[in-house]
Design a protein around this ligand. Structure first.
Ligand SMILES: Nc1ncnc2c1ncn2[C@@H]1O[C@H](COP(=O)(O)OP(=O)(O)OP(=O)(O)O)[C@@H](O)[C@H]1O
Ligand SMILES: [Mg+2]
Length: 312
């Protein structure tokens, strides 16, 4: 089984307007509601690929039932813990005229000590040897900054491989526990190294160092510039695919979902990178946070594979 953790899910509400006027009443043209959160998005990609997954984390408030109903509908096993706080809504405002995108992200619920203890119990009961665990997204209030490191330790002791997609302190603590696959984007990796940006050479050096420190697969995504996979089989670089971009939201999650699928199927490094890259490209070619379909990923796969080069 592939287990995804989303500690702070969010209903992504996208409002599309011709023009946004602050301080005035605005008429909204179109509204989209997407059940989101990084781990859930990964589960959706796995679903598209026909791979079962189980999703856990915290849900509460009026959105709890909405999420549970949709998870059920999608066929994603729901192992979320019910909490007293409210699952958040993240508002995305699109001004079509100005081509301006504004996000308002709520903090999400505060998790109590008792809820966290219950979560640990639930978490331990869900993992079995040979499973894959996906830890992705930010933490919410009340959770220790090293939560992912703690969960990773538990998972590894049970023979479960971990994929980590986090930023800031959660990433720094997580790296210390050595996940099986780490997926930072370029900016997150720069942040980990306390730098603003990374030149290609610096990125190659940083990835190699993480590999030497004992993380078997380091996948650094670089948006339209593609991605680099550091592995024991070698370092492979994808220069990125040319696609007509609709929405870059969730591109990283599509990549992580595809990587988890590839690991499950025993793909080698080059194939894994091509599949992850194809999934990222397929995701940006779609509106909102919709998961790409298997057909859409397959469509980009051959091209992705052909343009990968080994970095020597
Ligand atoms: N503009 C783009 N054109 C083509 N492919 C893209 C583009 N943006 C992203 N991708 C694909 O998606 C992958 C992941 O994108 P990115 O590096 O932006 O992830 P991320 O920052 O983690 O995203 P997220 O916001 O989902 O966390 C890239 O490696 C690439 O394959
Ligand atoms: Mg990301």
């Amino acid at each position: 089984m592939i287990v995804t953790v989303t500690v702070n899910p969010a209903l992504d509400k996208t409002m599309i307007l011709k023009k946004v006027s602050m301080g005035e009443v605005n008429r909204v043209e179109t509204v989209r509601n997407d059940m989101g959160g990084k781990g859930i998005n990964v589960s959706k990609v796995l679903k598209s690929l026909g791979e079962p997954s189980l999703a856990t984390g915290f849900l509460g408030g009026i959105l709890e039932e909405v999420f549970r109903k949709e998870l059920k509908q999608l066929g994603i096993e729901d192992q979320f813990l019910s909490v007293s706080g409210d699952t958040r809504t993240n508002l995305k405002i699109v001004d079509e005229g100005q081509k301006e995108y504004t996000d308002f992200n709520e903090p999400g619920p505060e998790i109590t000590e008792k809820e966290l203890a219950l979560f640990h119990e639930r978490f331990k009961s869900l993992l079995f040897e040979g499973d894959l665990l996906v830890l992705s997204g930010g933490l919410c209030k009340g959770l220790p900054k090293d939560l992912y490191a703690i969960l990773m330790k538990e998972a590894k002791s049970r023979g479960v491989k971990v994929l980590l997609d986090a930023e800031g302190e959660a990433l720094t603590y997580g790296i210390q526990e050595k996940p099986f696959l780490l997926k930072p984007n370029e900016k997150e990796l720069a942040g980990y190294l306390k730098k603003e940006t990374l030149k290609r050479e610096e990125l190659l050096e940083a990835g190699q160092k993480l590999l030497e420190e004992g993380i078997p697969l380091v996948l650094v995504s670089r948006g339209e510039k593609g991605s680099v996979l550091f592995s024991q089989e070698g370092i492979f670089e994808s220069k990125g695919l040319k696609v007509s971009v609709k929405s870059t939201v969730g591109a990283g999650d599509a990549m992580v979902g595809a990587a988890a699928y590839g690991l499950r199927k025993g793909y080698g490094a080059k194939k894994l990178l091509a599949f992850a890259e194809a999934s990222g490209a397929a995701a940006v070619a779609k509106e909102g946070t919709q998961a790409p379909s298997k057909e859409e990923i397959d469509h980009y796969y051959i091209e992705a594979l052909e343009q990968i080069e080994e970095v020597l």
